[in-house]
Design a protein around this ligand. Sequence first.
Ligand code: HEC
Length: 146
Amino acid sequence: MKILMIFRAIAVTLIGIMLMSLSTGTFAEDKLDIGKIEYEAACAVCHGLTGKGDDSPLKELLVRPVPNLTVLARNNKGVFPFDRVYQIIDGREEVKAHGPRTMPVWGNTFNRQSSIFFENYPLHDRESAARSRILALTEYIYRLQE
Ligand code: HEC
């Protein structure tokens, strides 16, 4: 009888743990995805929601073809070019292969925006805020790799 009760206690605990992990799984999906939000706000208009560029609403209007952002790792021997992508978003590195840059420079924009968001916080660091947004975006592009 005692053994049965112990088994029942273990079973109930296991089911509890399973249910808890299920619900944290759901929470994890609902978590704020900063990279995705930034991407959809600033990049999808040209690069498309999938990053492939084929569903870009501006595709026909752009002078240069929009690159497929999901093959950056594949085109770099399987290694995602993290620093290059970071620099391209930031705007300090020109996209040389395509001649003059047609993509907007985001480093300055993010830096200026953060000074508006945090102007009441005397110790805020604009450059850190800009960098964390570029990092979130770079990490999101990494997740878009096929
Ligand atoms: C106005 C349209 C436009 C917007 C908005 C835009 N891009 Fe681009 N992007 C381009 C074009 C066009 C290129 C091709 C290179 C060039 O001509 O500048 C490019 C190139 C790139 C590249 C280099 C790809 C390669 O093959 O090396 C990356 C990475 C990139 N964009 C990421 C982003 C991210 C992230 C955002 C949002 C923060 C963004 N782009 C916003 C048009 C845009």
